[in-house]
Design a protein around this ligand. Structure first.
Ligand code: BES
Ligand code: ZN
Length: 624
């Protein structure tokens, strides 16, 4: 028998607290302006890919077979395609495959076209598309041996985010739609294939590799790389893939990988994807990193020999929670992926390498935010977290605002409610929304419901999400180490003094801060002095070199000093984050002709996403 009194008290308590809780209406997932898919009628639940990789004609060909779920009256299913050649479509009827009719709708700029597949009856649960990619497929970059590290074999990699997967797989290409996948990929015998799935660790005789991703993921996270790849284990569940000539350096750079995963787990709960590996790609990879599940794709420009750029790994790893587990509903909610990720990246770095290190990283990010807001103007639509990208390429809305204003919002919230409360909140959020998509509106409601209401906190979340600029109540970002660097900057500007003894213990972050703070109008001898003593124009650290080259352009130090270094860098590195500021600076200094001539040479080495961004930049009308 239960005693009656405690039960009665319990009932009263429960009803009191629930009376206080506001009743929130359920907010539906928004529709995605960047996909043609009609998911209300029919959606994919599983993809089975069977492709042959042909380096001679730069074409992928084969079949994609889908398990689909339909409502009882569905007459068709709609997939996204971009520049694919569709040979035939079949549906599984009882035990055999029958051809079915299909139509391709009108192409729209950057969206591709809808592929309408007719469903002969409402019981169809499997369909199959036979198709080929175009040699110009936007997601794919085919490299000749000269463009790889070891210069011996060709290479292929894919980049799906934001809406490029449809250029190599007919798919419902929306971050709000998830499915599991498996694949069978046939490649030349001397190469290895790896994907965002279970992976082989060595080559086999047949050149045929099989993959499984048994957790539901959105289309933008399907990824493939094919090359002369070696694997080296770092721990039981972590390792690195890259070309043989670079494998030792890569394994050394990522020595702390296991510790990083364990640190992230201690903060936000179990890592749910099984293995965590990294593949270091050739230098044309257009991003620093891409969070493909189980296998982060990374630029070789983070291999410095001193492990100083591994925040990037913390960032991609953090996406295993924010982005890959809980995904932005549409690209208009992109800040949900990147804002949480930058915040978590910083927490991982703090826990692993200490507060001072994390503070410097946070302040570099905050500087990026201030610069971006001042470039757009603090009333600009572009500075809002929630974007309106209807009719626009989602790639155009992907800038530091999502990353840094998003992270600043989370840091501000953390400060308001206290770290412990905020950590518990985030852990619960990842549980409640795992393997789901979330919109900004749903996120806003969730934060009210699970954080702000019970603390009775007055916080203008609405302004942070839907208004331009940076709200005044933001967390302060400071760094003692950067304060000291500021002192060195002042002294250098005044009397031209900076010695090896001052900088001996500087981290990469301090160097970056120093270079960013230097005025652009010093006498040329000042920049010469820095180059003589610190060899910045020959820096092996890509971040430092990119910052120094940008300053060199802005200060007119370039001519006669490091033009060659600039050209080498622009021709060999395809990472968009480095390229854009450099091309931008050239244009701003009236060096558009130089920018164009370098771009003509360099673009053969760039992935389509970098090419497009730089073409947009070069064709922009100069501001009057
Ligand atoms: N998911 C992004 C890369 C991305 C963004 C691809 C938008 C396509 C469209 C990735 O996680 C990322 O943010 N990479 C950053 C690194 C980072 C440390 C901020 C990069 O590439 O610079
Ligand atoms: Zn990211």
């Amino acid at each position: 028998m239960l005693p009656k009194w405690p039960l009665a008290i319990f009932v009263i308590l429960i009803s009191c607290t629930s009376m206080e809780k506001k009743n929130y209406p359920e907010i539906p997932l928004p529709s995605d302006p960047h996909s043609f898919a009609n998911t209300k009628e029919a959606f994919i639940t599983h993809l089975d890919l069977n492709l042959k990789v042909n380096f001679d004609n730069q074409i992928l060909s084969g079949t994609a077979t889908y398990d689909i779920s339909t409502d009882s009256v569905a007459k068709r299913i709609v997939l996204d395609i971009n520049d694919l050649e569709i040979d035939s479509v079949q549906v599984l009827n009882e035990q055999h495959w029958d051809l079915t009719t299909f139509q391709i709708g009108d192409e729209k700029p950057f969206m591709g076209a809808p592929l309408y597949i007719d469903l002969p009856n409402a019981h169809v649960t499997k369909i199959r598309v036979s198709y080929k990619t175009s040699p110009n497929a936007l997601a794919l970059q085919w490299l000749n041996p000269q463009q790889t590290h070891d210069k011996r074999f060709p290479y292929l990699f894919t980049q799906g985010q934001a809406i490029l997967t449809r250029s190599w797989i007919p798919i419902q290409d929306s971050p709000g739609i998830r499915f599991t996948y498996q694949a069978r990929i046939q490649v030349p015998q001397e190469l290895l294939a790896v994907m965002s799935a279970t992976n082989p660790q060595k080559k086999n005789e047949s050149g045929i590799y099989e993959f499984t991703m048994d957790k539901p993921i959105p289309a933008y996270l399907i990824a493939l790389a094919v090359g002369d790849l070696d694997f080296r284990a770092i721990s039981d569940r972590c390792g690195v893939y890259t070309e043989p000539g670079q494998i030792a350096a890569a394994a050394d750079e990522f020595t702390d990988l296991e510790k990083m995963v364990a640190t992230a787990e201690s903060l936000y709960g179990h890592y749910l994807w099984g293995r965590y590996d990294i593949i270091v790609l050739p230098p044309s990879f257009p991003f620093g990193g891409m969070e493909n599940p189980r296998l982060t794709f990374a630029t070789p420009t983070i291999i410095t020999g001193d492990r100083s750029l591994t925040a990037l790994v913390a960032h991609e790893l953090a996406h295993s929670w924010s982005g890959n587990l809980v995904t932005n509903a549409t690209w208009e909610d992109f800040w949900i992926n990147e804002g949480h990720t930058v915040y978590i990246e910083n927490r991982i770095m703090e826990k692993l390498y200490g507060q001072e290190n994390a503070d410097m990283l946070a302040l570099l990010g905050y500087q990026d935010l201030l610069r971006t807001v001042s470039e757009f103007g603090d009333q600009s639509e572009e500075t809002k977290l929630k974007l309106n990208l209807t009719g626009r390429d989602p790639d155009d809305g992907m800038n530091d605002i999502a990353y840094e204003k998003g992270a600043l919002l989370l840091k501000t919230l953390e400060e308001k409610v206290g770290r412990q409360t905020f950590d518990n909140f985030l852990r619960q959020y990842f549980k409640d929304y795992q393997f789901k998509a979330i919109s900004t509106e749903q996120w806003e409601q969730y934060v009210h419901q699970h954080l702000l209401d019970s603390l009775k906190l007055d916080f203008d979340l609405n302004a942070w999400l839907y208004q331009p600029g940076i709200p005044a109540d933001h967390a302060e970002i400071t760094s003692d180490k950067f304060e000291k660097v500021n002192g060195r900057v002042r002294e250098f500007v005044r009397i031209g003094r900076l010695d090896l003894s001052d900088t001996r213990n500087w981290s990469t972050h301090e160097w970056l801060h120093f270079i960013r703070q230097l005025p652009t109008d010093l006498h040329v001898s000042f920049y010469e002095k820095l180059d003589d003593v610190f060899h910045l124009s020959d820096s092996q650290n890509s971040e430092i070199l990119a910052a120094w080259l940008t300053l060199s352009i802005q200060s007119h130090y370039l001519e006669g000093h490091n033009e060659k270094s600039l050209e080498d860098f622009l021709v060999h590195v395809g990472r968009r984050k480095f390229l854009l500021p450099l091309y931008q600076a050239l244009i701003k200094q009236g060096q558009t002709e130089l920018a164009k001539s370098i771009f003509e040479k360099a673009k053969l080495n760039y992935h389509s996403v970098s090419v497009k961004s730089i073409e947009d930049l070069l064709s922009e009308k100069p501001l009057m």
